[in-house]
Design a protein around this ligand. Sequence first.
Ligand code: HEC
Length: 184
Amino acid sequence: MIRYSLLSLIVSSSLLFAGSLSGEQAGQKGSAVSASLLEKLSGELKGYMQRSGPIGALNFCSQNALNLTDQVGKESNVTVKRVSLKNRNPINVANAEEEIILRRWAELQHSGQPLPSYEIKQRNEEYMYYKPIVINSEACLKCHGNIASESPLFKEIKKMYPEDKAMGYVMGDLRGMIVVTLPK
Ligand code: HEC
């Protein structure tokens, strides 16, 4: 009886160990998932911009960006999203906790300090991974910069997203963040 419970203790603790993720591993996994998402999104975006111009690419984003994001998460058994304080898609609005982080990062930027590559928070059952998304290419400004209000692109954006807040950015601005939820 004693031997049995000892054995089960060893088995269950080793199972626990096998399933548990360290903070460092969570950082690595979060970074890998983020890199994969950014690579997929920017690859598709580039292709659509070349083939069918900003309006074609806009249609691609509005129809596929969310699915693609979910799919990248599923492939790694995590959940992924992109959120922003000035969001275009209403679904991508930052929640209260995310807002605090984004505001802190925006202040860092204002005071001329570098943004962290990512941050990790530990919860009971999971790690939360947060990575800043910065306007790092002129291509982003096509749809998130100062767009002339009489242009067809502006009208299309306003038609699709009447509540759009995601214009007026300049190079280097903090655009939002990737949030990855990693089960322990
Ligand atoms: C062709 C137009 C277009 C270009 C170019 C573009 N975006 Fe977007 N972006 C969109 C649309 C449309 C959405 C809303 C759909 C979605 O992704 O859920 C969006 C959403 C986002 C979001 C999610 C938060 C939100 O506001 O909904 C982020 C972050 C983002 N874009 C960053 C970027 C960055 C960084 C670049 C440059 C690498 C870029 N975008 C280039 C059209 C574009």
